[in-house]
Design a protein around this ligand. Sequence first.
Ligand SMILES: [Fe+2]
Ligand SMILES: [Fe+2]
Length: 293
Amino acid sequence: MTQVEHKEPIQVRANLDFGFESDDIPRYWLAGDPFRSRMVDAVQATFPDGERYFIASVNAFRKDITDPALLEEVKDFSQQEGHHGRVHTDYNDRLQRQGVNVRAFTKHTQKLTNYRLKHYSASYNVALTAALEHFTAMLAELFFARKQVMAGADERVRAMLAWHAIEEMEHKAVAFDVMQKIAKVGYFKRCLAMTHATLSFMLFVMIAPWFMLKMDGLSFGGRLKAYGKGMAWMFGPRNGIFLRMVGMIAHYYRPGFHPTHLPSVHNYQAWLDGYGEEQDPMAASRAMHAAAI
Ligand SMILES: [Fe+2]
Ligand SMILES: [Fe+2]
């Protein structure tokens, strides 16, 4: 049986405005829930440096790419990631103004990514990037396919995350193709990098919100309570994000896996239609949320 390919065109969208210069976005912007809000805030705090690492890892092989289509995709991928980095930097500045010591998080990511670039081989770095890109490609499906996950979110933050998730889905195969076709990374290294990425990502997701909530002034007991409430959203057997994520990660371990084997999120077209001629990411996010199940 031939495998169906799910591939969307990569479109670079620049100068989008999410209104992050205004300081009226609530601290707990996701349904008033401290854990959910700060979990997303902590993960996104790593994005500007993380995306610089992705761009560097992929571009380390640029000179060896002869296929013009892949070269074009690498260029579009780098531009999309560059724009993501800039918007998440604006968001981080807003968190800093809110009293969160966001630099503690960005410093940690900078140290980690600099270490990787200096000490790991170029092929392992692109394998780690391809694995982490599988995580970002899952965002649209995990956060936007169903209404419940983003219910009660601040519109501006939701719109930023929706735009980012859409573009991650569009370029989901670029790092993977460079890893496989150019860096010639085989099955074992690909799986090793995914295991490494999964463990470090999960560790960060569980620990980082704890520190951010502490910066918010929550007591030890307050943080425990926030975590307790967040656990159902994360690990719930029916609607939790985690189990669905594990299923999507498992695909990556299949020999012969390619990112285009996984379908695009069902409300991708709704986002595009909402974005429309006006290129309005707020309208796009509303349309996507309305079309979610
Ligand atoms: Fe990105
Ligand atoms: Fe990406």
